[in-house]
Write a protein that binds this ligand. Structure first.
Ligand code: ADP
Ligand code: MG
Length: 680
């Protein structure tokens, strides 16, 4: 059901919900809380901890004080608990509290504990009557992710209605699976994920929903694999002599890992079976050149090869570097770019060249898989930074040819055991070595007060001819979301830096043509400081950029931060990454500390996992790449493994499933694949 049929959602509100990706009641049902507020038993004041939300049952010990500081009114109360300890509590602009907080009256106060001049203070605590607090005790209130214009109340109200519309759903998981895993009913799980009565209920709901996510995914992969029986190599490709010459003439020496990977590809493409290979390599490990060699080899054999990337900026960069390599080696190969923002006429021209075979290397975005594109003889399909594409897109580009070779490239650091599950039927090559000329990136994690130094440092780098990225978490100012935004930040910087330094911004909501222009100018060093959202995270290569400064670093997952950092340190210059931590929590600084002392993606993923421990409820998600709504392939790895194992046992007849159950499951999975929440 469309959400506009719900009570309280008019045209305007609908748009706000849409911004959060919510269109239907089903979306709402699966719009899971990012956290829960738990009302715990009040503590003694002596047990309070700094920077934590704490509650205390206390009496107001004397008349409250009201002070004015500039245009703020500060209310201070002294609260005494039963052990006679006293703590100060403060509120802003709340003189009306005088009527409530009479000396001698008792309440429960709940708020953030801060330290001020050596003593603990309770900041802006909420005030509850003692009985009222008893009612709330141990209840969990959902906290939803918000976008500008959306409030917790609005989401909660809509979710309550959506639950009524959507539930009950039919159980599709075979009984034997539920029983063996001790999983709760799916309807109960949906209720409990939004409104758990206690931690136990939340855990049950998470276990069930995460299991579902992994099960659905691995079951779908298994289906793809089973339908892929005919795997004869129809495009035998072998040009090892020419490719060896190209490799020898490169301005750098390939690393051993690059060479090994290339050999694996060459063996696959010239063998008897079609290639299905994942190339995994940390950011900056040099995956592009390996992919390019494969494309050139396919082309030299008279076939077409296509490479699909997630952004236009990246597509254009790849085009340029491939063209350069072709020119340097005086090869007779024509290339073409195909992206969504090209004019209709340009697109038609590209289509014609692709269909006639005039071009043999095709570089583009999703536009490569549109219906109107007909390939002459597509023998190789590469997807770069593939986690941005669903399995389905991968399939549809493969279907454009007749069983082409496939290479999937990914920088997501994922242990081999998990990779085998996540990538199903792909063989895996790992580029586990960085080019030798790289100086390790120098990192620092600092507070916001360090900004002036950071700016001075960036200025010095620019004077030396280098460039810098500054990343902010959001595009524009919004009351609902804290953190720096690209637009205001860029304005501020223009007032700080001297006018000869060009500063521009980049974000995902800009028109593609505009984005291309900004990125081109940055690549040419016409822009020296680029203030951007994480749109630059994916693959972009500007080796002259040496500083990456990330505002609100505490807001990003470690894998995302590592990707961002990978935008610098791509050339011969010493590079620097400055993580600005605007949070005061210990956890945030511990997490960021991991990045501070390691530049290795695998290591970071492992450390992060250790720090959080599996099953950590409230941690920042490790990676937005593997887009399961709730499950996290790192911290829920054991659930992932079990789910994959059970899929195999069902398929191998080792788990007892009735015909009726099997049919229901297959129907469900077919629907799931084609409605595809599957974004892997
Ligand atoms: P990624 O694996 O992140 O996609 P790229 O393929 O974009 O990395 O390579 C990053 C940079 O390293 C590019 O500028 C590329 O030309 C350069 N490069 C690739 N391989 C080597 C190598 N063996 N030695 C030196 N530089 C290399
Ligand atoms: Mg890349």
């Amino acid at each position: 059901m469309n959400i506009n049929e719900l009570k309280g959602i008019g045209e305007k509100t609908e748009k706000v919900f849409n911004k959060a990706g919510i269109h239907t009641t089903d979306d709402l049902l699966k719009y899971y809380p990012r956290n829960y507020d738990i009302y715990e038993m009040p503590l003694w004041i002596r047990d309070f901890k700094c920077n934590q939300i704490c509650a205390v049952k206390a009496i107001v010990y004397k008349q409250i004080e009201i002070r004015r500081v500039r245009n703020l009114q500060i209310v201070t109360a002294y609260l005494q608990d039963d052990t006679k300890n006293v703590i100060r509590a403060t509120w802003f602009n709340a003189a009306y509290l005088k009527n409530t907080l009479k000396p001698g009256s008792s309440f429960v106060f709940r708020g953030m504990v801060k330290e001020n001049r050596g003593a603990f203070v309770l900041e802006q605590p909420k005030i509850y009557k003692i009985n009222e607090y008893k009612e709330l005790l141990d209840k969990m209130q959902p906290i939803y992710p918000l976008v500008s214009g959306l409030t917790e109340k609005m989401v909660t109200k809509a979710v309550v209605q959506a639950i009524k519309v959507e539930l009950p759903v039919k159980e599709y998981m075979p009984g034997a699976v539920l029983k063996e895993r001790g999983l709760i009913d799916i309807n109960k799980a949906y209720m409990q994920i939004h409104f758990p009565k206690n931690k136990m209920e939340l855990k049950q709901a998470k276990d069930r929903i995460i299991f579902n996510e992994f099960f659905d995914f691995t079951y779908s992969l298994r289906k793809f694999k089973d339908s892929d029986k005919d795997n004869e190599n129809r495009f035998v490709i072998n040009n090892s002599e020419v490719i060896s010459t190209i490799i020898n003439d490169l301005p750098y020496k390939l690393t051993n890992a690059q060479l090994r990977t290339w050999n694996e590809i060459e063996k696959d493409m010239s063998g008897s079976k079609v290639m299905n290979r994942l190339i995994q390599g940390d950011v900056g490990s040099g995956k592009t050149i390996v992919a390019t060699l494969a494309l050139i080899s396919a082309s030299l054999s008279g076939y077409q090869g296509a490479i699909m990337v997630p952004t236009e900026v990246l597509a254009r960069q790849h085009l340029e570097s491939i063209n350069e390599l072709i020119a340097e080696n005086e090869l007779n190969i024509n290339t073409v770019l195909l992206t969504g923002s090209m004019k209709a006429k340009e697109k038609r021209e590209a289509y014609a060249k692709i269909e006639s075979g005039e071009v043999s290397i095709i570089i583009g975005t999703h536009a490569l898989i549109q219906d109107s594109v007909n390939y002459k003889n597509l023998a190789l399909v590469i997807t770069d930074e593939q986690h941005r594409f669903g399995v389905r897109q991968r399939e549809s580009i493969a279907n454009k040819g007749s069983m082409p070779h496939i290479i999937v490239m990914s920088a997501t650091p994922i242990p081999r055991t998990l990779a085998i599950i996540m990538y199903g039927d792909l063989d895996i090559s790992i580029i586990d070595e960085l080019p030798a000329n790289r100086l390790p990136i120098k990192n620092c994690v600092v507070g916001t007060n360090y900004r002036p130094n950071a700016y001075k440092f960036i200025e010095q780098q620019v004077v030396q001819g280098r460039q810098a990225y500054i990343i902010c978490p959001t595009v524009e100012f919004s009351e609902a979301i804290e953190g720096e935004n690209v637009i205001d930040y860029c304005d501020t910087l223009k007032n700080i830096f001297p006018p000869y330094i060009n500063i521009e911004y980049l974000h995902g909501k800009m028109k593609p043509a505009m984005k291309n222009e900004i990125m081109d100018r940055f690549a040419k060093n016409e822009i020296q400081i680029l203030v951007s959202t994480t749109v630059v995270e994916v693959g972009v290569n500007v080796p002259n950029a040496t500083v990456m400064m990330i505002e609100n670093a505490e807001r990003f997952g470690l894998a995302g931060l590592h990707q961002l950092r990978g935008r610098v340190g791509r050339g011969k210059y010493q590079s620097y990454c400055i993580f600005i931590n605007a949070s005061e929590t210990k956890k945030a600084s511990e997490r960021l500390e991991i990045l501070n002392h390691s530049n290795n993606g695998f290591e970071i993923a492992n450390e992060d996992l250790k720090l959080r421990g599996p099953g950590d409820f409230f941690g920042v998600r490790q990676s937005g790449d593997m887009e399961f709504k709730l499950g996290d392939i790192y911290s829920d790895a054991s659930i992932l493994k079990t789910a994959a194992d059970m899929v195999n046992r069902i398929e191998d007849g080792e788990i007892e499933v009735s015909d009726e159950e099997k049919q229901r499951l297959d129907e469900y999975i077919d629907k799931y694949i084609y409605s595809s929440g599957l974004n892997i």
